[in-house]
Structure formats: structure tokens, C-alpha cells
Design a protein around this ligand. Structure first.
Ligand code: NAP
Length: 255
């Protein structure tokens, strides 16, 4: 048997990471840079500290200010990336928001805003990215950041659960159509990770305790816990991985 050791390096790749100003996206952006990629940082807020860390890793970055809650800016985002770093070959759809309310009280605004950022923008940016990739030829990779609520219902987060559950369907639908065209589409499902997104849960002593007791690993995840999975799925080592969802959850789903 002739097995060549697969490459987990990202040298020469240009990766786009949405929601790269903080939390999981910031960690993924720095992790991809440390694996060799140049990285475009998409967010509404300040990405300069993340850009500085990427520079420390010896890689280039592009800071793109964009509101992914708005429709119609995908082509402009990718054009700026291409102008500053070259054509992107990796897209990580990470940007996401959450709104907490009892289902009976959830407003249409809380529903629409979450769907717009967590799902609509993924569709639009992925479509623009895929069009560019198909036109250029070669291989490229898309990673969606899903959730435990891609599998479970959650509590008081109906719009978020709807979006994250749909994201897994989208992952599979895209993978089926794009696998034969050199584009890998996969998802990572983070468990409970200590970021702004989960600050309200950690501030609630009862919820915090209940969550911790249910996590086999016995601790909240750190954004850096997601880096290995992202580098793998972005790398040539994942060339035959299509339509998969990789939980990084301290064992939550196994429970
Ligand atoms: P976070 O710390 O709140 O960061 C969210 C990121 O998304 C920020 O960089 C934010 O940047 C960006 N973002 C939000 N709205 C945006 C918009 N309209 N346009 C552009 N960027 C926007 O959250 P996180 O925990 O790192 O979450 C990252 C992803 O992981 C999300 O998809 C989330 O659903 C998912 N996730 C998180 C957990 C968890 O336990 N933390 C678990 C499962 C899945 P700006 O505010 O600067 O725009």
C-alpha cells in the first residue's frame, strides 16, 4: 500500500473567516494563519488586534468591514479579498448572533435578524464564493460553523435553532452538488464555548452548573479548541470529506 502522509498545511491558501473580530472566528483566523494561510477578516467591528496576531505568525491579512445582516454585499467582500490577498480558496462561515426569548414572546425582528446573519448570509456569501471558485478551477473548501442546536432544540432560542438546523441541511445540499467540482463543503458543530455568545448562560449560576454537569469533558470549550478541526477541514488532508459535520463539544452529543 502506498500511503503518502496527508498535508495539514495551508501554505499558499487564502482563507475568508466571517465574524473574525472576536470569539471563535478570531481564534480560527489566527489558527489558519499559523497553519500557513493568509486570512481575510470579515466583521462589523474592529479586527485590527486579530490582524496583528496574524502578522506575528508571519502571514498577511485583509480587514473587511461588512454587515452580514444586510443582503447584497458578498461580491464586494470577495472582490476586496481578491484585490488584497488573491482569490480565496477557503471560506469559513462563522459569523453568528443569538436572541434569547420565550417562543411565545419572540419578536419577528428577533426571528429575522438571526436568520439573516446565521443563514441568509451563509447562502449568499457561499454562492458568490462558489461562483468564483468554479470560474477559476482548482480546489476550494467551505466550512460552516453549526451548533449543538443543529441537532437539539435548545431553550428560548427558536430562531437560532431554526437557523443552525437549516445550516446542516445546507451543508449536505451544497456538498452533494459541489463535491464533484473540487469544492468540499463541511460543518463544525461547536459545543458550549466560552465567548460573548454564551455569556448569559455562564452568568446564570443554575444554567452554568447544569451545562457543566452534562459536558463529559467537564469544562466549557475555549475558542482555540475549534482550531484543529478547522485546519483539518480546510487542508488537503480533508480532500475526500464532503457533507460531514464534526462536533467539537467535549462529548456533549455522545451523552
Ligand atoms: P461571538 O463571540 O458573539 O462572535 C460573533 C462574531 O460574529 C463576531 O466576530 C461578530 O463581529 C460577528 N458578527 C455578528 N453579527 C455580524 C454581522 N451582522 N455582520 C458581520 N459580522 C457579524 O460568538 P461566537 O461564540 O464566537 O460565535 C461564532 C459562531 O459560532 C456563531 O455562528 C455561533 O452561532 C457559533 N457557535 C457558538 C457557540 C458557543 O458556545 N459560543 C456554540 C455553537 C456555535 P462584529 O460584532 O464585530 O460584527
Amino acid at each position: 500500500m502506498n500511503i503518502i502522509s496527508p498535508s495539514f498545511r495551508l501554505d499558499g491558501e487564502v482563507a475568508v473567516v466571517t465574524g473574525a473580530s472576536r470569539g471563535i472566528g478570531a481564534a480560527l483566523a489566527v489558527g489558519l494563519a499559523q497553519a500557513g494561510a493568509d486570512v481575510a477578516l470579515i466583521a462589523r467591528g474592529d479586527t485590527a488586534p486579530v490582524a496583528a496576531e496574524i502578522a506575528s505568525a508571519g502571514r498577511r491579512s485583509s480587514q473587511v468591514t461588512a454587515d452580514l445582516g444586510e443582503s447584497g454585499n458578498s461580491e464586494a467582500i470577495l472582490a476586496q479579498v481578491a484585490a488584497e490577498l488573491g482569490r480565496p480558496s477557503v471560506l469559513i462561515n462563522n459569523a453568528g448572533i443569538i436572541r434569547r426569548a420565550d417562543f411565545v414572546d419572540m419578536t419577528r425582528e428577533d426571528w429575522r435578524e438571526v436568520l439573516a446573519v446565521n443563514l441568509d448570509s451563509v447562502f449568499e456569501l457561499s454562492q458568490a464564493f462558489v461562483r468564483g471558485s468554479l470560474a477559476a478551477g482548482g480546489t476550494s473548501r467551505i466550512i460552516h460553523i453549526a451548533s449543538m442546536l443543529s441537532f437539539q432544540g435548545g431553550i428560548r432560542v427558536a430562531s437560532y435553532t431554526a437557523a443552525k438546523s437549516a445550516l446542516l441541511g445546507l451543508t449536505r445540499a451544497m456538498a452533494n452538488e459541489l463535491a464533484s467540482q473540487g469544492i468540499n463543503v463541511n460543518a463544525i458543530a461547536p459545543g458550549y464555548i466560552a465567548t460573548d455568545n454564551t455569556a448569559a448562560l455562564r452568568a446564570d449560576a443554575g444554567r452554568n452548573q447544569a451545562i457543566l454537569e452534562r459536558i463529559p469533558a467537564g469544562r466549557w470549550g475555549d475558542p482555540s479548541d475549534l482550531v484543529g478541526a478547522a485546519v483539518f477541514l480546510a487542508s488537503p488532508a480533508a480532500a475526500y470529506v464532503h457533507g460531514a459535520v464534526l462536533p467539537v463539544d467535549g462529548g456533549w452529543l455522545a451523552r
